[in-house]
Each structure stands twice: as C-alpha cells, then as structure tokens.
Design a protein around this ligand. Structure first.
Ligand code: CMP
Length: 140
C-alpha cells in the first residue's frame, strides 16, 4: 500500500474539552503524520457543503448545528493506508460500539458528538481535503 492522505476533523465536543493534543497523540501513536492542520470556526455553509451527502437524513440539521457550535481542527493525515488506518484509530461512529483504545471509545460523548471525522474513501478524501486546504498548506 502506497503513502496515502486522509482528511480529519477534531469536532466541537473535543475542542471544547481541550482534547486536541490528546486526539493528536493517538493519531501520531498510530503512525500517521499530521501534514496540515488549522483551527477554524466552520460556517453554516461550509458544514452544509461538507455533509451534503447526509442532507436527507433526519439528523442533518442537528449535525450542522453541532459542527458550527464551537471551533474545529481540520487536518490532513499522511501514512501507509492512511484512510483505513485512521478509521481504525477513530473507532465505530457510535462510541458505544467503539473498540478499546480508539479515539471515540476514549473521548466521544454520543453518536452525534463523536469527537472526530475521517474520510471513508480516496475520492472523498480528495474532495474533503480540497474543501479546506490549498496545496501549499500541506507539507508532507
Ligand atoms: P462523521 O464521520 O462525521 O459523518 C457523518 C456524521 O453524522 C457522523 O460522523 C456522526 O457524527 C453523525 N451521525 C450519524 N448518525 C447520527 C445520528 N443518528 N444522530 C446524530 N448524528 C449522527
């Protein structure tokens, strides 16, 4: 497997509890490299665009409101098989189903307030990275 990049968000429930460093430690312990990172206040428009695939879901409004409720940290992670590796490190979407040692098991509050997002495929990773970073902001 070649070097791959994935997109990550440290969500408002984690930034509010000052867990950015704790999440980053788990990312780095897993062998992933943070090659871009910035703390932003997401706008409603950015959140709606980012989660457009979920716009028909009953939780869409709640999800957008949550993502703009406090700052987030957007990141690009690089490593061997980074997309699958980061999904393993995050754990299941619902923290009640997340494995021991994962970010969501350790920190997530609920299925909605679940501390982190990670891309699910190479195509979505490319789209998500491009929404928040220009090429010269990513330094591998
Ligand atoms: P994420 O990986 O960011 O992608 C979509 C998000 O929708 C997901 O994490 C959850 O935070 C959120 N989500 C999924 N299911 C629910 C739900 N039943 N209620 C609220 N939010 C949800």
């Amino acid at each position: 497997m070649a070097l791959q990049r994935t997109f990550s968000i440290i969500k408002p429930d984690a930034t509010e509890r000052n867990l950015t460093g704790a999440v980053n430690a788990k990312i780095e312990e897993a062998g992933l490299r943070i090659v871009a990172q910035k703390r932003i206040q997401m706008t409603r428009g950015q959140a709606e665009t980012f989660y457009a695939v979920h716009k028909e879901r009953p939780f869409f409004g709640e999800l957008v409101d949550f993502m703009i409720s406090a700052p987030v940290v957007v990141q690009v992670l690089e490593g061997e098989d980074a997309i699958a590796k980061y999904r393993d490190v995050m754990g299941a979407t619902n923290p009640e189903q997340a494995a021991e040692g994962t970010i969501r098991k350790a920190f997530a509050k609920s299925i909605g307030e679940n501390s982190v997002h990670g891309s699910d495929a190479p195509e979505t990773a490319a789209i998500e990275i491009a929404q928040f970073f220009s090429g010269n902001e990513i330094v591998g």
